[in-house]
Design a protein around this ligand. Structure first.
Ligand code: AMP
Length: 305
């Protein structure tokens, strides 16, 4: 029988519930709420691999710019709690901003550095500093052994890995592949903003990634060309970037490059900014290191390492 998780709203409630956990084998999944099956998949992985699972639900104002969608971001706590219950979560930490930032905006923050200023960081100045600051705080407050993050937010995942390494944080970071709708659209809380016609337009993102990955054997410019051909056919998708970059440096890979790369895209569709990506193995026998649809298109091939 599934049990409703303990819900902690304050630091004291969290501290009490956290100290009642008598296992050292705790995993955390951090979210901004409006949970969907992508989040649930992170929880299922954490659940399968650890004794106890904590989910945090916190819409972090620090990582939203003044013109971004903080005020309209969906808030669906009851449904989120039901998903956490089904997935077997033990403890939910759902604080308000004044709990997380009792003194207001923190003067001391984590700096994402140069990797935080490209791609998403170029369009969203300060976003990654705000994200890393809250991730660091939530790691301290929940004290997990492992923390699970989605490949969907590849730059976020990379920066969290860098922070943990660069600042010697005692936590294992685990990446979970992107969960997609049957038609290929990457699941996202922001998909609820899409009108039915926006949603059709939005499909060009995952289609571009899949086409790009299908050209992987022919090298970087073939991948970029194949992906770009898809998005130019969809003028209602306003592309911010469509890049093939090194997964560790986020620098464009040169034409001679062979090995794993990241094909990433961001575009505005209607009023909604969407991102998607796939890891790609570039070179002979290459392709997507991701699954695009349940019918097997873009089956992952074994990881080379
Ligand atoms: P968010 O609530 O959007 O901040 O996401 C919380 C966590 O869920 C992050 O680690 C995301 O990368 C991850 N996530 C969001 N969407 C997906 C998805 N479609 N597949 C896998 N992970 C996801």
């Amino acid at each position: 029988m599934t049990q409703t998780p303990i819900v902690a709203r304050t630091r004291t409630e969290l501290a009490t519930a956290r100290s009642a956990i008598d296992s050292a084998d705790v995993a955390v999944v951090m979210t901004m709420g409006a949970l969907h099956d992508g989040h649930a998949q992170l929880v299922r992985r954490a659940r399968a691999e650890h004794d106890q699972v904590i989910v945090t639900i916190f819409l972090n104002p620090l990582q939203f710019g003044p013109k971004e969608d903080l005020s309209r971001y969906p808030r669906t706590f009851d449904a989120d709690l039901a998903i956490c219950t089904d997935a077997g979560v033990d403890l939910v930490f759902a604080p308000t901003p004044d709990v997380v930032y009792p003194d207001g905006d923190p003067g001391v923050r984590i700096s994402a550095g140069p990797l935080g200023r490209v791609l998403e960081g170029q369009s969203r100045p300060g976003h990654f500093d705000g994200m890393l600051t809250v991730v660091a705080k939530l790691l301290h407050l929940t004290a997990p052994r492992s923390a699970y993050f989605g490949q969907k937010d590849a730059q976020q995942l990379l920066l969290i890995r860098r922070m943990v390494r660069d600042l010697d944080m005692p936590v294992e970071v685990v990446a979970v592949p992107t969960v997609r709708e049957p038609d290929g659209l990457a699941m996202s809380s922001r998909n609820t903003y899409l009108t039915p016609s926006d949603r059709d337009v939005a499909l060009c993102l995952s289609r571009a990634l899949r086409r790009g990955a299908e050209a992987a054997a022919y090298g970087p410019s073939a991948i970029r060309r194949a992906a770009r051909e898809v998005v130019v056919e969809e003028p209602l998708a306003l592309v911010d970037y469509l890049v093939l970059v090194h997964p560790d440096t986020l620098a464009d890979v040169p034409e001679w490059y062979r090995g794993e790369a990241l094909l990433a895209v961001a575009a505005r569709v209607g009023t909604t900014r969407l991102i998607d990506n796939t890891p790609v193995l570039v070179g002979p026998g290459g392709g997507a290191l991701d699954v695009f649809s349940p019918d097997g298109a873009g089956e992952p091939i074994p990881h080379p390492h």
